[in-house]
Design a protein. Sequence first.
Length: 212
Amino acid sequence: MKKFAIIIIIVEVLDQADLEKNLSPFYKNRGNAYARKGQFDKAIADFNKAIKSNPKCAESYVGRGFSYAGKYQYEQAISDYNKAIEINPKYTMAYNNRGRAYADIGEPYKAIADYNKAIELNPEYAMAYMNRADSEYEANRYRCSLGDCDRAIDDYTKAIELNPKYAKAYYNRGMIYTELNKLEQAEKDLNKAHNLGFYVNPELLKVFQTQN
């Protein structure tokens, strides 16, 4: 938090001094600080300034896209991610974030294609595996209802392998195991997610406790 506060103060001082220099990195960093705090309007305003100062900075478009997504303005987010990828076709986070935006507007197959690209560029990107698992589940609900959720489970497992403290991956895998009536695995995953600080409905945990 101190780092973010310092960034904000630096830019305000530079604004006041009206220095004739490229302020894009400062606006980008302050925009990221605002975005992490959930102050998306302020973040977008700073990313606008960063982009105006340096239209070739892919990171600024990703930051603004993330902020638009935080305001549920997914089309604007996708447009910014497209621009970031145009500038830097190997920008892993841009593909992952665009995938999330596609998922949020109900386009799981487009999301999966973007996660595939993110994983191709960085095979150790745990978040991309976790996100792809979510979209695999959404795209194949009927198949999952028949007991075939292997793709999603495999991706959650890979995400956990890469990041053993990935609480959300444990939770999501646990919920699939619950749906598949694999209650022993479900209980293990949901308890692990809970122990890592992820919210798990206490009533759900009680169900498992009463069965033991």
